[in-house]
Design a protein around this ligand. Structure first.
Ligand SMILES: *Cc1c(COP(=O)(O)O)cnc(C)c1O
Length: 376
């Protein structure tokens, strides 16, 4: 098999016609003349376009069939939308805030029966599925945002399938270079390609990946068409361009995150550091077993919300901004959002998405910011 790093470069290329471009063209027309394969933009995923080129490349990397959406949120909503009305679903107690809320609102509307549980606890998750009786979907996010909890994918997919449920995994924090959920039996992989895959904080785009020809894949394709959640041409073009260098960016960012986590855990002002690379991290062993790396998001706590907030305000190289997965490092105190605070994220927890800057420059900035925050 071709190495994944090579596939990132070679997959999703147009045929090698003499004189033709080596990249899929950026086609901005929303409609096309009849006579060939006449399409409207909403159907463009079905013909050669930058969207289908992106899907081909991402599918090759995940080992399945990718379907691009207008955002990670659109992809997430599509998965919940194709669950039959009245079914039970299980979602994590702490995860990307909006994902849990989308599920809970479907519960409030009476469309789905929703159970919220710590999905890094396999026993509790099985019990939640049993309590629901008829369960159609187990939604996982591993590692989870921002608590970096890791679910046991092999055990949970087996348990879910035994109960007739599909398993969807939001794998945004991993990318296919760190984890491939389909290999563990998951049925749907969900990405906010806005993050690592596009990688430059300049494109909003999402994707699902399913097994070729699967029923859930066909339902998602219909759902995207009906809901009109196609990504824009430029976004798909940028996501594919980002994908070409994804393995290099992931390697650099993960190495930087591991080094910063090790240094932070020696810092006298820091009361807790979480990064899956740390040998004493509660999820280190599980991560080592099922992942090909430890990701590039770390969190740390300073024991006081005001100090944590001042650290975020004192950085000069790192940007004080939300989101993650870009080439530039981003920092924020998650509990600044009422939603994350309500879901139990500690008020002094700082999330750092490590980019690809030189680690010594990042460390210099972080240590000066912690110093400034404490002396203020
Ligand atoms: C950002 C994010 C999403 C939502 O994706 P958008 O592309 O911003 O809509 C979903 N899940 C996770 C884990 C994310 O980080």
């Amino acid at each position: 098999m071709t190495h994944r790093r090579t596939l990132a470069v070679s997959a999703g290329r147009p045929p090698r016609t003499p004189g033709a471009g080596v990249n899929a063209p950026l086609v901005t027309s929303t409609t096309h003349h009849h006579g060939g394969e006449a399409v409207y933009r909403r159907q463009l995923g079905t013909v050669d376009s930058e969207v289908s080129a992106f899907e081909e490349a991402l599918g090759a990397l995940e080992g399945g069939q990718a379907l691009a959406f207008a955002s990670g949120t659109a992809a997430t909503s599509a998965v919940f939308d194709v669950v039959p009305t009245g079914s039970g679903i299980v979602v994590p107690d702490v995860c990307y805030y909006n994902s849990r809320v989308v599920a809970e609102e479907a519960g409030d509307d009476g469309r789905l029966r929703v159970s919220v549980v710590d999905t890094s606890d396999t026993e509790a998750t099985c019990a939640a599925m049993d309590d629901l009786g008829d369960v159609a979907l187990l939604w996982l996010e591993t590692p989870s945002n921002p608590m970096l909890r890791v679910s046991d994918l092999a055990a949970l997919t087996e348990a879910a399938h035994a109960r007739g449920a599909l398993v969807a995994v939001d794998s945004t924090f991993n990318t296919p270079f760190v984890l491939r959920p389909l290999e563990f039996g998951a049925d749907v992989v969900v990405h906010s390609a806005t993050k690592y895959i596009a990688g430059h904080s300049d494109a909003l785009i999402g994707a699902t990946v399913t097994r070729p020809g699967s029923d859930v894949g066909e339902r998602l394709t219909r759902r995207r068409h009906r809901g009109g959640a196609m990504p824009g041409a430029l976004e798909a073009f940028l996501a594919l361009r980002g994908l070409r260098t994804l393995p290099l960016r992931m390697d650099a960012a993960q190495a930087g995150a591991a080094e910063l986590a090790a240094r932070l855990s020696q810092h006298p002002a820091v009361v807790e550091v979480r990064h899956l690379s740390l040998p004493d991290d509660p999820f280190h062993d599980r991560a080592a077993e099922q992942m090909d790396g430890y990701g590039a998001v770390l969190t740390f706590r300073l024991g006081d919300a005001a100090v944590a907030e001042r650290v975020c305000e004192s950085v000069r190289l790192i940007a004080h901004a939300t989101s993650l997965g870009g080439v530039e490092s981003l920092i924020e105190r998650r509990a600044r959002y009422a939603g994350d605070a309500a879901h139990g994220v500690p008020d002094d927890l700082v999330r750092l998405s490590v980019g690809v800057e030189h680690v010594e420059d990042l460390w210099a900035d972080l240590s000066q910011a912690i110093g400034a925050a404490r002396s203020a």
